[in-house]
Design a protein around this ligand. Sequence first.
Ligand code: ADP
Ligand code: TYD
Length: 206
Amino acid sequence: MAGLFITFEGIDGSGKSTQAKVLADTLRDEGHDVILTREPGGSPGAEEIRTLVLEGDPDRWSAQTELLLFTAARRDHLERLIDPALAAGKIVICDRFADSSRIYQGSRSGDLRAMVDALHTLMIGREPDLTFVIDMDPDTGHSRAKGRGGTEERFEDFGAGLQAQMREGFLDLALEYADRCVVVDGGRAIESVAADVAQIARNRLG
Ligand code: ADP
Ligand code: TYD
């Protein structure tokens, strides 16, 4: 039995973590075996790399070095958690995955998309079965993300301008991978967004 790999993408503060958790709870209540995980992180080694990339000065790493760190974290996460869970027939729900590298590292500092894709082919090679792109006004997303506080603010410190650029990137990506991506309007009440997400996931599960 093959599992199902579902990812959530979108700008910071769009509600990905909230929606991933609600979907995991909903599908578990409906009898599915669900693993809820996140990137960067999701395995002990990848969580260590998470601290390196999300804390400290915005200019701590170049976009290229950052890409290598995110890819190393993703490879560990894939080997230790995602691949074994899918092989066991589970539903894996992941808060961000390779699309985030395509958008953030691929367009943050010039056009590195070809490098991101080459490294993905070489080291990761897996695409999700279903990707929710949670779309959100960048200013609202930025203030929601800043409102959370904490120390993992390196990307938020790039500012709302980056968020606007990333939003466009995710919408373009949804067109590029139209077979697996669904854009959901995140600027609504949590329950309304969750109802749409659950229905789309159920349809995909058949
Ligand atoms: P992301 O994972 O995309 O960064 P989160 O799920 O962490 O976003 O949400 C960011 C903040 O916004 C959290 O404080 C969360 O409670 C809140 N939030 C999430 N979804 C909504 C929503 N639909 N309406 C209002 N606030 C929300
Ligand atoms: P995350 O913890 O999901 O932040 P948020 O909940 O605010 O959306 O991710 C932290 C940051 O890491 C986010 O700004 C995007 C960035 N990121 C990349 O740049 N590349 C990647 O491959 C991933 C997975 C995340």
